[in-house]
Design a protein around this ligand. Sequence first.
Ligand code: FAD
Length: 470
Amino acid sequence: MTNILIEPDLLSRLLDVVGSENILTQISKGFQDFQKDMGDFESNPRAVIQPTNTDQVSIILRILNERKIPVVGRGAGTSLTGATSSMGGVIIDFSKHMNKILKIDTTNWYVHCEAGLVIDDLNEELSKYGFFFPPDPASTPWCTVGGVISENSGGMRTFRYGTVKNWVLALNVVLADGTKLKLGEPLPKNRVGYDLVHLVCGSEGTLALITDAWLKIAPLPGAHGTHIVKKFMVFFSNWEDAVNSITAIRAKGVQPNLLEFLSKEAMNAVNNAFDTKIPEYDAILFFESPIDLLPEIIETCKTQHSVDSYIGKDEKDEERLYSARALLLLGIKTLGSGVYNEDIVVPLDCLGKFLDYVRSVGLKYDLKIPTAGHAGDGNVHPTIVFDAESEDSRRKADHAFADIIYEAVRLGGSVSGEHGIGSQKIKFGNYQLRRNNGEKALDLMRAIKQLWDPNNILNPGKFIAEDTAN
Ligand SMILES: Cc1cc2nc3c(=O)[nH]c(=O)nc-3n(C[C@H](O)[C@H](O)[C@H](O)COP(=O)(O)OP(=O)(O)OC[C@H]3O[C@@H](n4cnc5c(N)ncnc54)[C@H](O)[C@@H]3O)c2cc1C
């Protein structure tokens, strides 16, 4: 990857805005942390800027827009799709300074916080008031408010609480030309104007940079007299019985807080990497539910031939069950030098058929594809393991990746439920849009991008960009 050196006059203008302690260039200590993300996508930024406030973000964008230099907002870089690759431009890192909670309002049930705040830090503070921010991507120890909004992230609790966009009330953003703008209101209801807040949610930093947000909060389960919840696992000797249990639970109208699927291969990888000591059955369903629903869920699974179940003994033990699922990707990454993590959604009535198909793709290309995911919403993560040093292995993995996506779309599913498109899936995202929504929908989206960012400086070449690059 070619490194582009920052122009001396540009550097000097940016230094005037944020000071030398808040700019990293290729010779700076810590610069290499921004040359890769957690999806192993490489990056070649001209510089990394670490602003302390919205005014600085505004001036920086004005300067970069004048020169048409790409700008990529960055939280923790846990994106798995190349969304934070710098495209030779400048990375704006919100995590160093812009990470504060500005207000917790327990009457109106919102928190106002800066974009670089880490989700676990937010929840730790909220828990002191008996509240929490429910969306929980498995990356919450690192990922930030700005990142989860820009990715409209999901997670294990999406089944009950929805994705991040369901929890965003209002945003302060900076447009590509440096204009500061407030979108929405921190109110439970607001019917004024087009809903620009939710246009920005999930836009992967292509429309505006978020500096701070008003997020809805909810009472922490077990606090304020709400139901106590329990985490537990149910074990099966085959995938079909597990999938039938999900269908049966849904048909009864029973709604756990989370409902996750883990294959034996996936569980084995996590157990080996992190010593989580979970029994390795062919299929596992992992639940969190209010305690009064627990017997009905376990009984329903028994009618579908579950072979055993395990209820977390205490908080620490429940945390072990939760982390066994949360550590999934990191566990699978230990299986090979390369992994492609899929993020497929299929209609729930097709889940069994789709999981069978994934297994057949593994056999076809002789690749390990441990599979797990948010089965309650039909969102699963087949993760293709390959040898990154071998051209042949990588080529097979590329084919497997595409086969799985095309089958999902054929079944009425989606290319991505939560991880987004980034640079990795542009071809497939555009394919789904053209096939299901039509060229006009894509045209409309590109017209929106053009209006918000006429010079195409905000995260160019990603999301809905032309698919020439991949
Ligand atoms: C182990 C692991 C598990 C994961 N599990 C899940 C999961 O369960 N569910 C899920 O949805 N995702 C998951 N992810 C993916 C990832 O963590 C999420 O997409 C997360 O929201 C990214 O947050 P971040 O702060 O790291 O953002 P980054 O990776 O830094 O950025 C992500 C995108 O947001 C943009 N962005 C960041 N900050 C701003 C800002 N202030 N303004 C404008 N744009 C901005 C970036 O330009 C980029 O396009 C997982 C990742 C890992 C490594």
